[in-house]
Design a binder for this molecule. Structure first.
Ligand code: IPE
Ligand code: IPE
Ligand code: MG
Length: 229
């Protein structure tokens, strides 16, 4: 049908550039992370309104934990603030929250808040905002393989996927990375095997709803062949 909109069902968002955005303003990196978190929440609303069903926000990678303690602590404080104050507003709007990653390495209160955020989510949500926190595909795959070995029998692809953090979530069709780098940095590299990739130079706090729409337009123009002719 002419004019038919082709939308990704699941968008992965690599929110890069917070630190540089703050530096340009002669502010500490934490200022950039705060702005980035606010922008992400705005984008999630917008993505939902556009009809996207899942948005996975790369919030903290396994590698990011090696950053200076002060920065990592600042990010934990941001999660505390966000999950205490904002998550209920999301539920009211018919959205669910999910967290993927290894929460065992996080401060106990932060891990508990994230789990609660997940558990209290409405069951009939129209939209799911997924926070990838202390997430990395390499450790996710290793964990899955070890669980599979403990399981003691050979698995098919569908059974293996159940051991991933993303169990129950459809694979991302579209990965957007802001901040100018052209890499995936350990984000959903297994699940994104056939995702369309979109890179832009804008630093994440400046990535507007209109920029997101431009990315969706580009997605609609892509020819997805999945190895076929
Ligand atoms: C991405 O922004 C957010 C996190 C990794 C937590 P950065 O903090 O990597 O910002 P830049 O790349 O240094 O500008
Ligand atoms: C990727 O950004 C991680 C997140 C956005 C959470 P990084 O800034 O950590 O990635 P690299 O170091 O440039 O690959
Ligand atoms: Mg970065």
């Amino acid at each position: 049908m002419e004019g038919k909109e082709v939308l990704p069902r699941h968008v992965g968002l690599i929110m890069d550039g917070n630190g540089r955005w703050a530096k340009l303003r002669h502010m500490p990196r934490s200022y950039g992370h705060n702005a980035g978190m606010n922008r992400m929440i705005g984008l999630a609303e917008h993505a939902k309104a556009r009809g996207v069903k899942y948005l996975t926000a790369y919030t903290l990678s396994t590698e990011n934990l090696a950053r200076p303690k002060e920065e990592v602590e600042g990010l934990y404080n941001l999660f505390r603030k966000y999950f205490k104050s904002n998550v209920k507003k999301l539920y009211k709007k018919g959205s669910a929250v999910k967290v993927i990653g290894d929460l065992s390495a996080l401060p106990e209160d932060v891990a508990a808040l994230l789990r609660e955020g997940e558990e209290n989510s409405p069951a009939d949500a129209q939209f799911t905002l997924i926070f990838a926190i202390n997430y990395g595909t390499r450790s996710e795959i290793l964990r899955a393989v070890n669980l599979a070995v403990e399981n003691g029998k050979k698995l098919c692809a569908e059974e293996f996927a159940k051991f991933l953090y993303t169990d129950g979530i459809p694979d991302p069709d579209f990965i957007i990375r802001t901040g100018g780098e052209k890499r995936l940095s350990n984000f959903l590299t297994f699940q994104a095997a056939y995702a369309e990739l979109y890179f832009c130079d804008i630093l994440f706090p400046d990535f507007s709803d209109a920029e997101f729409d431009a990315a969706l337009d580009e997605f609609a123009r892509r020819d997805r062949r999945f190895g076929n002719v």
